[in-house]
Write a protein that binds this ligand. Sequence first.
Ligand code: NAP
Length: 413
Amino acid sequence: MTDNKLAKVPNSGEIIKYINETLEVPNNPIIPFISGDGIGPDIWFASVRVFDAAVKKAFDNTKKIEWMEVYAGEKAHELSGEWLPEETAQIIKKYSVAIKGPLTTPIGGGFRSLNVSLRQILDLYACIRPVRHFEGVPSPVKEPQKLNVVIYRENTEDVYAGIEWKSGSKEAKQLIEYIRDNFGKNIRDLSGIGIKPISPFNSKRLVKKALQFAVDKNRSSITLVHKGNIQKFTEGAFRDWGYEVAKDDFSSQVISEADLWDKYNGQANGKVVIKDRIADSIFQQILLRPTEYDVLATTNLNGDYISDACAAQVGGLGLAPGANISDEVALFEATHGTAPKYAGQNKVNPGSLILSGVMMLEHLGWHKAADMIVDATQRTISEKTVTYDLARQMEGATKVSTSGFADAIIANL
Ligand code: NAP
């Protein structure tokens, strides 16, 4: 690409391609990154050293990522006057895999959120958040190690679609009247109105991705999380469409919880068990009986809540990675925000971005490097060499900076 206004293509490196729905990864892939706003640069420049060191060591210098900076947020605005230049999404699409730090939502910039905009432009319909405990990380529960789930959250619709009108607005009034006159349903005057679309297309492709993951990774179960007892035609439909996908596309690899007991005497025999739980009940289930849950697939709002609740159970968002994925593009990101009060202080925990990079390396099929980083992170935490957020909760910890934590992980690779 020669016509980028801001981003510079590295002199060496090759493009990652999708051929016949398979990712073809060269030994020197070009991967775009957005360093992010606030603490973004602090955690990015620490994390990238960890990625490079792990790849170098795991593959004996035969593989190397060629990083390509692309711009969004404050840095993009300074350079071009735009918060999200058009080329940024185009480049991420072209190069298939990218990683980013957190971005500030510009006030009055015409965007609801840069993250939401990127997800919508690139149709990144699955938000994936694995949640597991690292031994030694302080947690509010007695046995945090029992939780090990991967959450697949639908990322494009539900009440997050942005279809809503303010109390007293012309549109809200018109809708209230229309619904009363045509459907005989009363909505109190001056109500704000939000629309919750849940489609079979988006529900099915999300559940299909989650099922494929569960089957590929030999996970024991997938739970459809919904509020279908109350919201029958949105949340309830999500559950029904989920079961439909399992039956239509995975009948030889997946069995329902009902069949498990009615027909197979509780023996799954290596198959993935599909079940469903009401959203409010899953919040107590995941706390009381965490081992019964493995992959969770859910709608957008439920997914937002349950992923933070699960992260809290294993010690918080500081070590919670995430990815936003479509069929052809994967954008990996730290799940926390820009924490502006710590910006530029080399203080915060880079763990969330480092572990998002681990997900990225797994996505590339570079499992050896990914595993090495996970092991080295565990070792570093076990040695109690941690950033302020964990140090303040651990007895006898050695508090290190953002870059110091990265150095310790690299030393442990
Ligand atoms: P935040 O940036 O996540 O920060 C809230 C608090 O979480 C921090 O004050 C800090 O707690 C802790 N924290 C966050 N990241 C940490 C890290 N790496 N290491 C250690 N502690 C960390 O949330 P916010 O203040 O609500 O949001 C600030 C901005 O971020 C907003 O503009 C928001 O729109 C944006 N945002 C972006 C994304 C994204 O890009 N994906 C996501 C969420 C929010 P203590 O003060 O207790 O130390």
